[in-house]
Write a protein that binds this ligand. Sequence first.
Ligand SMILES: Cc1cc2nc3c(=O)[nH]c(=O)nc-3n(C[C@H](O)[C@H](O)[C@H](O)COP(=O)(O)OP(=O)(O)OC[C@H]3O[C@@H](n4cnc5c(N)ncnc54)[C@H](O)[C@@H]3O)c2cc1C
Length: 494
Amino acid sequence: MAEAHGVGRKLNVIWFKRDFRVNDHKALQQACMDANKRGIAVVALYAIEEAYWQLPDTSTRQWGFIVESLKALHAELANLNIALHIGCGKADDLLSIIHQQTKITALYSHEETGNEWTFQRDIDVSKWCKRHGITWHEYRQFGVKRRLSNRDDWLKHYQAIIDTPIATPASAQKTLRDLQLPTSKINIARGYDHTPAPQRQHGGRGAGDALLNKFISQNLPSYLKTIGSPAKAAEFSSRLSPYLAYGCISMKEVIRRLEAVDQHKRQRNAFRSRLYWHCHFIQKLEDEPSLARQAMHPQLDDALKRRFDDAVFQKWATGNTGVPWVDACMRSLIAMGWLNFRMRAMLTSFATYHLWLPWQPVGEHLARLFVDYEPGIHWSQIQMQSGVTGINPNRMYNPVQQGQKYDPAAHFIKRWIPELAHLPAVICHQPWLGGHYITPVIDPVIGARQARAKLKAAEVDRSISRRVYQKHGSRRRQPKRKSSNTKQPDLFSE
Ligand SMILES: Cc1cc2nc3c(=O)[nH]c(=O)nc-3n(C[C@H](O)[C@H](O)[C@H](O)COP(=O)(O)OP(=O)(O)OC[C@H]3O[C@@H](n4cnc5c(N)ncnc54)[C@H](O)[C@@H]3O)c2cc1C
């Protein structure tokens, strides 16, 4: 395979962001086809953006997953004769550096719905491209629709992208291996989460592919029976979330594999719904990039008057609240970088209802702990589970009952809180009844009662709730609905 040489070289750049794969990668396919037609080179770019890694929602464990995914991507791209260049710096600065060395003809990437920082970064890249007369080709990779004018039409846009054929990888006739990019070692986790998550999932296409195979061929029949329990879900749920979040595997690839299964209809449909929710939630952040700091229903959020208490926050954040089920879930998350849906919701609800902490620092802490941090899902869920959307029912969990239901023999509690290992299960769930453990930061029953009273006292402007529903509400079960009833489908049907 050829390498382009000499002055006057031209090239197409594929910019990888959260799409570490070559399969079903429309941007890669198109960049190669266009370049091969024009006889120009193709390179791949990944920008390590220091400012991004200083943000309070990013962490070492996410970076670790990315490094592994980049290694796998490097090998896959080499098979297609595409050199992967990894540089340290803002994407538009790196593009400038490349452009000085070799004229960029066009930029190719997937659309990204990230946090507010990446939103602004993409605006900067877009301006840079315009200034330099470079076309930026962006492709959808999820059901998310950019510049959606009306939520009523969303399903149509969702289905359109899901139905498009899988893009097969194309190889480049020419590439460039001699580009020079700054590679100074950057300090990824400056002050936030340095914990390495010793039991976290590892990045890369191969690992994602193996999980998908295992889930479809072995675990699907047990899916609904197991997803409520954090221990069983760790084994039987798909665990595909980080591979979808970083694009090691594409949403369409997962859906196509699922469509090929003709048994286990209930389980299949339940799993398929989650894949749909993935895009539904990310669409909310696409439509409102400020969701990590501003509530969908700001008036309701103000009326709740939550207060930050650092000592209480630290107890929750480190798994030392004295409520064993909360602490076991948090300690397991700290070690594994993953937790099942129900217990993510329970941790959020305990922090924001029982402890009455503001949802933003709670969400940032959880974001850092999740290897699969996907801003659109995450912030929509955090807002939902802390009751600031104005369109979802307030759901408060009793952490003792949750533990008793999903871990009756207290195996999970004993695994993550070894100081309780010698106690009978009944005491493990409520050590205040006769064991020795940290004094609870709050009695869960009293905490819930106080929270309900505060919720009742907060006045809600229903006209704002209606606007939130118009903008963000799911229309899945009520396609052409026009009424102002804002009831949302329940995510807890398992
Ligand atoms: C407070 C909170 C924060 C969350 N933050 C994230 C996050 O940052 N990243 C993330 O991927 N998921 C997040 N979720 C959703 C969900 O908990 C995880 O997707 C799921 O636990 C991942 O495990 P799995 O891959 O085995 O899921 P499966 O049950 O096997 O589902 C398959 C895929 O569907 C998607 N999915 C599953 N459940 C949901 C859901 N309720 N909403 C939207 N998409 C869903 C995910 O991509 C998941 O990988 C959050 C949930 C809550 C309550």
